[in-house]
Write a protein that binds this ligand. Structure first.
Ligand code: NAD
Ligand code: UFG
Length: 336
């Protein structure tokens, strides 16, 4: 297939591009490099022996997208491009709504006008909001507690309406739980700008000596050890979920939300202790008050992904952390 991958130089996009190239697909990446680097492209080539076509453009730029769809006859689009930092979205909500929502509408309009109506979209478990109990399944009510989450929810709702309005669309809305890990080669991985917000990049930067100490946000939750529990999923399993979704798009009617998670919950302390054992590094931490907006426990019911896509996460926590550590220790400054 010939595929357009928006945001394909980013963390999840680059791992998905590797799996798609390995399967022989032809890939065109469009990315504005807001949160990624072209160094990823040469790393992808080293891993796969193949090069995707790269177009440096913004998905909000209608004429750039129009040129791209005129030049290439795409079979489908995987849409990763978006801004993703929850805290930042509270500070600059208009940028988030413009980039994520307006950018997505522009992309969907250009797709429709060129008759490309197969789409895999990066949604998030954040759309389950604060009021559902885990395991979270796709029939549960959705809500959002911050502008980033609102953008994911708005795009999902746009896609449900779009699919209702035109039966030619086949759309998989993949709701990711907590992606971590890196490619086994240690050549590509997560490369956050500035101080990381998420747990794993923070822990790995403490382990490599770039940050002095982890802050654990609360040890008084109703969980096995009092710290927050999440469903961490290896980014390569997540990438393979996109491959399966793409292969099953013909069997999807309309717009289908699909959880991509392992179904298992792991606490912050379990992550810290496993990281310590695997890396052999000390991970000093302080327990600090809960982070506003966090909830105790989040994990997936992944039955729809299992049954509809024939997909299941295979990589365990040890592998997630070994691969994170290999990436971080081989590339202490990311792609710089
Ligand atoms: P990332 O920031 O590494 O990748 C996103 C890519 O999109 C970057 O390369 C960035 O430069 C590009 N981009 C952003 N805005 C763009 C625009 N207007 N035009 C063109 N390119 C643009 O993030 P990621 O972790 O790979 O996430 C990919 C997608 O998955 C995002 O939509 C994110 O919201 C979603 N998601 C991520 C997580 C997570 O924890 N990483 C969880 C759930 C959902
Ligand atoms: N945590 C700490 N210290 C840190 C960072 C995180 O203790 O420095 C804790 C959090 O309190 C939470 C757990 O580690 O219990 C995971 O936190 P992350 O920030 O890594 O991930 P979240 O589950 O809060 O959110 C992530 C993405 C969201 C996405 C969501 C999907 O950041 O964008 O997963 O479930 F929506």
């Amino acid at each position: 297939m010939k595929l357009l991958i928006t945001g394909g130089t980013g963390y999840i996009g680059s791992h998905t591009v590797v799996e798609l190239l390995n399967l022989g697909h032809t890939i065109v990446i469009v990315d504005n490099l807001a949160n990624s680097s072209t160094e990823v492209l040469s790393r992808i080539e080293t891993i796969t022996g193949k090069s995707p076509t790269f177009v440096h453009a913004d998905i909000c730029d209608r004429s750039a997208l129009d040129c791209l769809f005129t030049e290439h006859r795409f079979d489908a689009v995987i849409h990763f491009a978006g801004l993703k930092a929850v805290g930042e979205s509270n500070d600059i909500p208009l940028s988030y709504y413009h980039n994520n929502v307006s950018g997505s509408i522009t992309l969907f309009e250009v797709m429709a006008s060129h008759g490309v109506k197969k789409l895999v979209f990066s949604s998030s478990a954040t759309v389950y909001g604060e009021n559902n109990c885990s395991p979270l399944d796709e029939s549960m009510p959705t809500s959002a507690t911050n502008p980033y989450g609102q953008t994911k929810l708005m795009i999902e709702n746009i896609l449900f309406d779009l699919a209702k309005s035109d039966a030619d669309w086949s759309i998989a809305c993949l709701r990711y739980f907590n992606p971590i890990g890196a490619h086994q080669s240690g050549l590509i991985g997560e490369n956050p700008n500035g101080i990381p917000n998420n747990l794993l990049p923070y822990v790995s930067q403490v382990a490599v000596g770039k940050l002095p100490k982890l802050q654990i946000f609360g040890d008084d939750y109703d969980t096995q050890d009092g710290t927050g529990v999440r469903d961490y999923i290896h980014v390569v399993d997540l990438a393979l979920g996109h491959v399966k979704a793409l292969e099953q798009l013909d069997n999807i009617d309309g717009c289908q939300p699909i959880n991509l998670g392992t179904g298992n919950g792991t606490s912050v302390l379990e992550i810290v202790n496993t990281f310590k054992d695997i890396s052999g590094q000390d991970i000093p931490y302080d327990i600090v008050p809960r982070r506003v907006g966090d909830i105790a426990t989040v994990f997936a019911d992944a039955s729809i992904a299992n049954n509809l896509l024939g997909w299941q996460a295979k990589r365990d926590l040890a592998m997630m952390i070994e691969d994170t550590w290999r990436w971080q220790s081989n590339n202490p400054n990311g792609f710089a």
